[in-house]
Structures are given as structure tokens and as C-alpha cells.
Ligand binder design. Structure first.
Ligand SMILES: C[C@](O)(CO)[C@H](O)COP(=O)(O)OP(=O)(O)OC[C@H]1O[C@@H](n2ccc(N)nc2=O)[C@H](O)[C@@H]1O
Ligand SMILES: Nc1ncnc2c1ncn2[C@@H]1O[C@H](COP(=O)(O)OP(=O)(O)OP(=O)(O)O)[C@@H](O)[C@H]1O
Length: 313
């Protein structure tokens, strides 16, 4: 047997929602969703090392203070509290770790960066502690941390229902090219859902029924499997886009600019404020990015990512 690794690093993708159909708020405060998650190559790396007590450090181009509420720490503590049935002879008695996040996903950007950190921490710690736990058991635990966390583990393309945490994986090996435009200020996910509720109450928008949502999913999945960027662009949809735009009106200018510059499609990612522009190919993406940079916008050029949280060699 190999000696137990003292340090493990995982890599986990951020996401955009190709489709985000939102139903009416339920009694539990959550909205029933039908969504198509699409992982992109903007990654969070989570390094864990054996330690006597919990520690957190944050590095990388996107920063936030390393406080006790960080989702990666919450993930670690949750796994430690549930680990007993999964212990092996190689599992340390004290389950704590030092966690280092290398963040690349915009913070509070609607791309599930914090969720990716939690997903990456679960996979990394399960390996560090030599737990006999299945990926599905980790996915189930992930759902307790947040609606977007299970997808961080599975990655690729998945249809999400329930709170967005019940996943059905879609085989989609084609690669799509995206130019992401982050906004300087985060948007709060609960605030965007609350704005959705206000707009529903005002009659400005209507929640999407499950039947309507499933028909839209089919269009997205067909476009994905054909590798057809134009068809995918035509099938993109986000019910949180209007609420996000009323909270952050300047995002409309980015959407309009994307269309003007010839993006195949333009959508707010999840609860925003990051805008995702779909390009025809890598060359088109590079050109779009250049034009946006020349107009003073930050951009991230990326593609579909086919793997969820995985251990780096
Ligand atoms: C907008 C999305 O990113 C789309 O994938 C997700 O729905 C948000 O997922 P998340 O940030 O992991 O969400 P959680 O941390 O579970 O919940 C944060 C808050 O978002 C709202 N929320 C979330 C998911 C959902 N299906 N309905 C909701 O209303 C609730 O107000 C909740 O209190
Ligand atoms: N590891 C983390 N990385 C980023 N934010 C975190 C983390 N842990 C806790 N948070 C808190 O969660 C908030 C939102 O985080 P995140 O970057 O995941 O937003 P998001 O991408 O909009 O989320 P989602 O798309 O899942 O709704 C941050 O403003 C921060 O206060």
C-alpha cells in the first residue's frame, strides 16, 4: 500500500446555467428549478493537508477574507461530522485539515465558485483521510451545503431539478467557446430570488411551469449533442435574468454589446452578475474578447469543461 498522502489538491469547475427555469417559491423558501448546468474551464483548486485543527488560506486572482463561514470550511466540518461510517484503518483519529483555496471563479458572480470550493474540499478531504466513501455519497452530502454544490462534484453537463441539486448527467462531449464578462460588484443570490418573487407578485414575470421547462431542456440538450452553437444560442434562457437586470441595470449594456459584436448568444449566468457570451469557435471567442477589452471590460475566455471535482496528480 502507498503511504498516506500528506497533501491533496483537487480542481473543480465553475458553471453557467444554459437554462434556468424557475418555478414559484415553495413553503421551504426555495424555488423548484429545471436547469441545465454547464461546467466551464474556470477552475477552483483546493489543497488540503493534514493538521491538528482547521485552518484556511485563500490565494489566486479572486480574493475574499478567509472567515469561518467559508463554504470550503463548512464542507470540511460537515464531512468530519459524518465520517464515522466511512473510516478505514488509514483514517486519522482527528479529522481536521489546513485548506488552501486558489480562486479563479469571480466571487458572488453567479458561477458557483463557493460551491466549487465546497465540492473540491469534500473530494480532497475524502482522499486525504482515506475514507471509504462513494462519489454518490459525497454528492448527497454536497446537497446539504447548497443547491449548486452537487454539480461541482459531477461537472460536465447535467440537468438539475428540485432545488437544482437533483442531477441527471447528460453526455455532451462537444466543446463550446465562451467569453465571460465579470462585473466589479457581486450580486447576492437570495436577493435575486427575492426580486424574482417581487416581480412575480407585481405580474411583471410568471414562474415557469415544469412542463414548459422540460420542453426547453430538450432543445438545449439537442443543440448540445449536435455541437451546434447557433441552436444552443437560440435555446439559452434564464428566468433570473430580468430580476438580476433590475438590480444591476448596467448588465443590459454588456448583453447588448455582446450582440452588437456578433456573439452567437448572450445570457446572465445563474443569479448574475457575470454575463456569458457564446462564441462560434475559439477564433471568434478571441476576437470578441479583444473587442470587449478595447471597450474597457474584463473578460475570461473559456470552454466547456468535461470533468467535475477531481484530484490533481
Ligand atoms: C442561482 C443558482 O446558482 C442556479 O444554479 C442556484 O439556484 C443557487 O444555488 P446556491 O447559491 O447553491 O443556493 P443555496 O446556497 O442552496 O441557497 C441560497 C439561497 O438561494 C435561494 N434559492 C436557491 C436555490 C433554489 N432552488 N431556490 C432558491 O430560492 C434561497 O433564497 C436560498 O436561501
Ligand atoms: N469559498 C467561497 N468562495 C466564494 N464565496 C464564498 C465562499 N464561501 C463563502 N462565500 C460567500 O458566499 C457568497 C457567494 O459566493 P459565490 O462566489 O459562490 O457566489 P455565486 O457564484 O453567485 O454563487 P451561486 O452561483 O452558487 O449562487 C460570497 O459573497 C461569500 O460571502
Amino acid at each position: 500500500m502507498h503511504p498516506a498522502a500528506q497533501q491533496i489538491t483537487t480542481r473543480t469547475p465553475g458553471k453557467i446555467n444554459l437554462l434556468l427555469a424557475v418555478g414559484a417559491r415553495g413553503a421551504d423558501g426555495y424555488h423548484p428549478l429545471v436547469t441545465v448546468f454547464h461546467a466551464v474551464g474556470v477552475h477552483e483548486d483546493v489543497t488540503v493537508a493534514r493538521a491538528a485543527e482547521w485552518r484556511l488560506a485563500i490565494t489566486g486572482p479572486r480574493r475574499l477574507p478567509p472567515d469561518d463561514d467559508n463554504l470550503a470550511l463548512r464542507a470540511g466540518r460537515l464531512l468530519a461530522s459524518r465520517a464515522d461510517p466511512w473510516r478505514t484503518a488509514a483514517t486519522p483519529r482527528t479529522l481536521a485539515a489546513s485548506i488552501t483555496l486558489r480562486k479563479r471563479v469571480p466571487v458572488g458572480g453567479g458561477m458557483a465558485g463557493g460551491s466549487a470550493d465546497a465540492a473540491g474540499a469534500l473530494v480532497a478531504l475524502a482522499r486525504l483521510w482515506r475514507l471509504d466513501v462513494t462519489r454518490q455519497q459525497l454528492v448527497d452530502l454536497a446537497g446539504e451545503l447548497g443547491a449548486d454544490v452537487p454539480f461541482g462534484i459531477s461537472g460536465g453537463v447535467a440537468i438539475g431539478t428540485g432545488r437544482g441539486d437533483r442531477l441527471t448527467q447528460v453526455i455532451a462531449r462537444r466543446t463550446f467557446h465562451w467569453v465571460l464578462v465579470p462585473d466589479a460588484e457581486p450580486l447576492s443570490t437570495p436577493a435575486v430570488y427575492a426580486r424574482f418573487d417581487e416581480m412575480v407578485a407585481d405580474g411583471a414575470i410568471t414562474p415557469t411551469t415544469r412542463e414548459a421547462a422540460l420542453a426547453r431542456v430538450e432543445r438545449v440538450v439537442t443543440a448540445l449533442s449536435a455541437g451546434d452553437a447557433a441552436a444552443l444560442a437560440a435555446s439559452l434562457g434564464n428566468d433570473l435574468q430580468e430580476p438580476a437586470l433590475t438590480l444591476r441595470p448596467r448588465l443590459q449594456q454588456v448583453l447588448d454589446l455582446g450582440a452588437e459584436l456578433g456573439a452567437a448568444g448572450a445570457i446572465v449566468s445563474g443569479s448574475g452578475p457575470t454575463v456569458a457570451l457564446l462564441a462560434r469557435d475559439a477564433h471568434h471567442a478571441a476576437g470578441l474578447s479583444q473587442s470587449l477589452l478595447a471597450r474597457g471590460h474584463e473578460t475570461i475566455v473559456t470552454t466547456s469543461s468535461h470533468r467535475g471535482a477531481h484530484v490533481l496528480p
